[in-house]
Design a protein around this ligand. Structure first.
Ligand code: SAM
Length: 214
């Protein structure tokens, strides 16, 4: 891997480790407490899922990757490193301006900024008009918005494309919303979907367009 990318990933992984204890305490209090303090935390997908996203993007030959919830750019870096090889582009949505500034800085430090379009706004305002088709979509923002934004993205996921949603199994405070999401996507037309217990748990939903596919 390009040493500039590796260095920024390592810097963010160090930051993430430092945040874990405080985050665990907030999660124990409830999802509302994490959301109120969200500007201070990366809330990243973690190394395992980061590597998974990178490999999925590479093996799909993804040229159009959509990220809903980019934070300071950890998952974005893994995607951008993959699309630099495939000749593709990442569109990353992040609503918090402080995080957008850090994401931009991190991508620039890694030499990957030109592979990412950052949209500093609510994803739902743009998803309906965003150019498709999408090869790969990551849903990793507020948990009560997953179903809404899955429904906006799904019609333009290409056949054979994937939607990956994070935090399916952890934290406990958002499990109920995640169970609703899992039931929802498994009933989507042409979807085949399963939960992989990597990182905080990811639901991987493939668009097969087969009748009755699950
Ligand atoms: C869990 S973090 C994303 C972590 C990131 N994927 C990573 O691995 O580093 C969720 C992010 O979603 C952002 N967010 C929440 N609602 C959003 C929305 N409607 N549109 C875009 N971003 C949103 C929050 O500001 C927060 O930074």
């Amino acid at each position: 891997m390009d040493p500039r990318v590796a260095a920024v990933l390592a810097r963010l992984e160090d930051r993430s480790i430092r945040e874990q204890q405080e985050l665990a305490e907030l999660n124990d209090k409830g999802a509302r407490f994490v959301r109120e303090a969200a500007s201070r935390f990366m809330l990243d997908v973690g190394v395992e899922v980061g590597k998974l996203l990178n490999l999925l993007a590479r093996s799909l030959g993804a040229r159009r990757v959509i990220e809903i919830g980019g934070s300071v750019g950890y998952s974005t870096l893994w995607f951008a490193e993959a699309v630099r090889s495939t000749g593709g582009r990442v569109v990353s949505f992040e609503i918090d301006p402080l995080k957008v500034a850090l994401m931009r800085e991190n991508l620039a430090d890694a030499g990957l900024l030109e592979h990412v379009e950052i949209i500093d706004d609510d994803a739902s305002k743009h998803l309906p008009s965003l150019e498709g088709p999408f090869d790969l979509v990551l849903i990793d923002h507020w948990k009560d918005l997953y179903i809404r934004d899955f429904d906006l993205a799904w019609p333009r996921v290409r056949r054979g494309g994937l939607v990956v949603a994070d935090n399916i199994l952890h934290p406990a405070s958002t499990l109920e919303a995640m169970q609703a999401y899992v039931s929802h996507v498994r009933a989507a037309p042409g979807a085949r979907s399963f939960t992989l217990s990597a990182g905080n748990g990811v639901e991987i939903t493939a668009r097969t367009d087969e009748r009755g596919a699950r």
